[in-house]
Every structure is written in structure tokens, then in C-alpha cells.
Design a protein around this ligand. Structure first.
Ligand SMILES: [Zn+2]
Length: 160
């Protein structure tokens, strides 16, 4: 009796889903240092001395807990990068980030791991693997990874 074929219908709508999540001890320490002191901290393994940025609880090499936070430089070497041309929603703002923009993996001086962040957006021709980049902070920091506006190439930062 109800075996008629009905067309599949779709309804378009959007939902707003604001949420908060805990950064925990390690992420919280990083964003607190960014906000209050304009510096980047990592964490050092007591066994192998590997410094992770961002800090994490357990060394991925030794599988032991870490608790020694260490300051690393705001400068580092660009390891790889991409230029993003497809706009998508920023999970922190719910708005589309204007394109194009650069995004790269940076090995900060004093760190052994790589830190992902936005790259200076005005001249992508300046970007290449091996250049020195430096964190540029927002004037009004709020305790977020985005307290670093982006990393910008240091003049004369080309690899020799
Ligand atoms: Zn280790």
C-alpha cells in the first residue's frame, strides 16, 4: 500500500554550532605564553632531549611523559608550504578566510618538531623552502594560536 515511489527531496538549511574545547595543560601553556609574553614554548623530553612545538604530553619517540617547558625562538626555517586558493570556514571564527594565503611547516630555532601556521600573505614569490621566517603577533592578543598573525620572511633570510 505504501510502496509508491516518492521522489527524494532535500531541504537546505544552515545550523550554527558554537562550542568550546579545552586546550589542556600543554596547549593552554602555549597560548598563555603567546598572549602574555609574545613567545613560543615547547616541551623537552627528559630522555632524548627532543623539543616539541606545540607542546604535548608524551614523547612520541620514548613514550614517556614530559613536563619541562622550554622557550623556543620566534624565528625558524620554512620546511614546506602551500598557497591556499580555496576558501573554507575558519573553525575559530565561523567565517571564510580570504584567499589566497600561505600555510607552512616551520622548524623554529630550538625546536625539533615543526609548527604549522599561516605565512605572510602579500608576496608569495618570496616564499621558498629554507628561508628564515619570523612570527608576527597581533597587537591585541586573546590567548589563541591566532595571536600569531602569521610568519613573515626575514629580509636576507634566504638560505646561503
Ligand atoms: Zn623522548
Amino acid at each position: 500500500m505504501f510502496r509508491k515511489n516518492y521522489p527524494l527531496l532535500t531541504i537546505s538549511s544552515e545550523i550554527e554550532l558554537p562550542y568550546n574545547y579545552s586546550l589542556g595543560k600543554y596547549g593552554g601553556r602555549l597560548v598563555t605564553e603567546l598572549k602574555q609574553n609574545g613567545r613560543i614554548v615547547g616541551i623537552k623530553c627528559p630522555k632524548c632531549d627532543h623539543v616539541y612545538v606545540p607542546p604535548r604530553r608524551v614523547c612520541g619517540r620514548c613514550f614517556i611523559e614530559m613536563d619541562e617547558f622550554v622557550e623556543v625562538s620566534n624565528r625558524g626555517i620554512l620546511q614546506s608550504f602551500t598557497v591556499v586558493y580555496f576558501s573554507f570556514l575558519d573553525p575559530e571564527t565561523g567565517k571564510k578566510r580570504p584567499v589566497p594565503y600561505g600555510y607552512g611547516r616551520i622548524k623554529l630555532d630550538g625546536a625539533d618538531s615543526e609548527f604549522l601556521h599561516f605565512l605572510e600573505e602579500s608576496d608569495f614569490k618570496k616564499l621558498k623552502i629554507g628561508v628564515t621566517v619570523e612570527a608576527v603577533y597581533n597587537e591585541n592578543r586573546v590567548g589563541s594560536f591566532k595571536d600569531i598573525k602569521y610568519f613573515k620572511k626575514v629580509e636576507d633570510g634566504d638560505p646561503s
